[in-house]
Design a protein around this ligand. Structure first.
Ligand SMILES: Cc1cc2nc3c(=O)[nH]c(=O)nc-3n(C[C@H](O)[C@H](O)[C@H](O)COP(=O)(O)OP(=O)(O)OC[C@H]3O[C@@H](n4cnc5c(N)ncnc54)[C@H](O)[C@@H]3O)c2cc1C
Length: 570
């Protein structure tokens, strides 16, 4: 059995930042990742990272924009931490070696992003995540961090009411490994593959949310799913908001810059929920191209700008849409992109209520950070560029929190044999099914399509209930799913069955949150309840496991500091 004071599960930006902080505090820390860390979805982030580092900007303005962007569902104390501490983290990244684009004066350059009253998105061309992730990785290699790569964590272990370790499948060999620890930071990323299509990478399957949920943690604001306004029809690939930030227009089929009608001040740079809804309304009004798309026009930006700041966009449009964005507008449509909700944590990443009052269900010793977590800085709608900042600020804070916690407790025991046998019998059960049975990919596609049909840009009771029923029906069929490959080495067939199991828990909790919220707020736009209703619904919805193992809905108040809810216009 392997032993470390702190274990970080996830090798994306949140995990790397947590591991780096824990390591810097002198703890014995290890990072586990199911894919090689630099392949994590963080590497796909294009547009940039927000922080009030510019002249004339202030963290209070950033905080207000974030609160407004969240449609007042974000916890304002957490948003203050994000925005106040953000600038120092940008400087820290810069000193580690992140080559942020510069302006003529040699300062960090910034681009405009949606929902922001000031220009505050720091960027490295349109490859920001890739660059930050690689710089962080270099730092971790230099520090000698212990990394267990290509290990799929399948279960969190608990003893005496707190986290004691985890179970992992070593993917290349199929061996089962048990880890003992005093504290775990879950940084397993988002849920993208629960939807089809999505902008998210294939490995983004929400495992961490299901692991935490099964260990007793609360999932909060799960209905808050972001559809990004500009994705490619062919495969869901993202076209960064940075394109609009650099000045690209959205046009309908009659060549009208329609955002002027929906958000007269900020137009294309209104927040994402607003722009995605506007596009959908244009399509419904019969002003679509290619069936369900509108056009993103970059032509007036000119070759120099596109070929220096939006090179990846030029290539993605050419390769996947056959469009030369220098010469013709690009068809795009809203697509699944991000989950604002996640594992409920406090600002130090704790998933349990440290006050001891049991205000929400959690798992003591379990921390969470990044897209997996819901510190509650994004609320009903995340602003572009705030997620990378979330991973860096709260990755750091949860790494620190985990070390402090680990130092305050002893080792809880782990029954190694029982843990190995648990996973071993799960695998044996899957292998015992006939090879020509139901395929995980079939159910996965049904789930993803149902989610995009019923819980997307616009929702209504009937559609959401239908999706939820489909998810529950698919769950029933999980025991029929079989694999062709019954070997142990690099068995991705087996992994896809395990992933589907976790994804269905996540999908169900999204559906339960969605049918519960009877109003429209942020990304949760209901045709049958078109208005925001602060009196009844200015609160978080949580989904947690009840004593008898069923998913149960509860509520938590939203923390307000200084910004009272007002009507949200852009
Ligand atoms: C295409 C795209 C572009 C984006 N652009 C931007 C942007 O410009 N600005 C911005 O702010 N945000 C952007 N976002 C959002 C942002 O990139 C993500 O929210 C953020 O990077 C998530 O980081 P993370 O560390 O939480 O997760 P990830 O980077 O997804 O890492 C998750 C890690 O968890 C590991 N893992 C998962 N499950 C297991 C398991 N069972 N066992 C072991 N390990 C596991 C994986 O191996 C991986 O290392 C973008 C997202 C996408 C998809």
């Amino acid at each position: 059995m392997r032993q470390h004071d702190v274990i970080v599960i996830g090798g994306g930006l949140a995990g790397m930042r947590a591991a780096q902080q824990a390591q810097a505090m002198g703890a014995d820390v290890a990072m586990i990742s199911k894919i090689f860390p630099t392949r994590s979805h963080s590497a796909a982030a294009q547009g940039g990272i927000n922080a009030a580092v510019g002249v004339g900007d202030s963290w209070e303005d950033h905080a207000y924009d974030t609160v407004k962007g969240s449609d007042y569902l974000g916890d304002q104390d957490a948003i203050e931490v994000l925005c106040e501490e953000g600038p120092a983290d940008i400087i820290a990244l810069e000193r580690m070696g992140v080559i942020f684009n510069r302006n003529g004066e040699g300062q960090i350059d910034m681009r405009a992003f949606g929902g922001a009253t000031n220009v505050r998105t720091c960027y490295v061309a349109d490859q920001t995540g890739q660059v930050i992730l690689h710089v962080m990785w270099e730092q971790l290699l230099k520090s000698g961090l212990t990394v267990y790569s290509e290990r799929f964590v399948t279960e969190l272990l608990q003893e005496d009411g707190r986290i004691s370790g985890c179970v992992a499948l070593e993917i290349p060999t199929g061996r089962i490994e048990i880890f003992q620890t005093r504290a775990i930071v879950l940084a397993t990323g988002g849920i993208g593959q629960v939807y089809y299509p999505t902008t998210n990478g294939l490995a983004v399957t929400g495992d961490g949310l299901a692991l935490a949920y099964r260990a007793g943690a609360s999932l909060m604001d799960m209905e808050m799913i972001q559809h990004h306004p500009t994705t490619l029809k062919a495969n869901g690939v993202l076209i960064t908001e940075g394109a609009r930030g650099e000045g690209a227009y959205l046009l309908n089929s009659v060549g009208e810059r329609f955002m002027e009608n929906y958000a007269p001040n900020m137009k294309e740079l209104a927040s994402r929920d607003v722009v995605s809804r506007a596009e959908t309304m244009e399509v419904r009004a019969g002003r679509a191209v290619d069936g369900d798309c509108v056009l993103l026009d970059l032509r007036h930006l000119g070759r120099d700008l596109v070929m220096t700041k939006l090179t990846q966009i030029f290539e993605l449009a050419r390769d996947y849409a056959g469009t030369n964005v220098l010469e013709e507008p690009l068809p795009i449509r809203p697509g699944h992109h991000y989950i604002m909700g996640g594992i409920k944590t406090d600002v130090d990443g704790r998933t349990w209520d440290p006050s001891g009052q049991g205000r929400w269900k959690g798992a003591e010793g379990l921390f969470a950070a990044g897209e997996t977590a819901n510190v509650s800085v994004h609320g009903g709608n995340r602003l572009g560029g705030n997620s990378l900042l979330d991973t860096v600020v709260f990755g750091r804070r949860s790494g620190a929190g985990a070390v402090e916690y680990a130092r305050s407790v002893g080792w809880a025991s782990v029954n190694e044999n029982a843990a190995i046998n648990g996973l071993e019998s799960r695998i044996k059960d899957i292998f015992s099914r006939p090879s020509d049975g139901l395929r995980a990919a079939t159910l996965r596609r049904q789930m993803g399509t149902a989610m995009n049909d019923g819980i997307a840009v616009f929702r209504n009771e009937e559609g959401m209930q239908k999706t939820l029923a489909t998810i529950r029906a698919i769950k029933e069929r999980l025991p029929e799913v079989s694999v062709h490959n019954k070997g142990r080495l690099f068995n991705t067939d087996l992994l896809s069955v395990l992933e589907l199991d976790y994804m269905l828990d996540v999908a169900e909790s999204v559906g339960m949150g969605a049918v519960t919220r009877k109003e429209s707020r942020g990304a949760h736009a209901r045709e049958d309840f078109p208005d925001r209703n602060d009196e009844d619904w200015l609160k978080h919805i949580v989904v947690a496991r009840s004593e008898d193992g069923q998913a149960e809905v509860g509520f938590l108040p939203v923390t307000m500091t200084k910004w009272e809810p007002i009507a949200r216009t852009y």
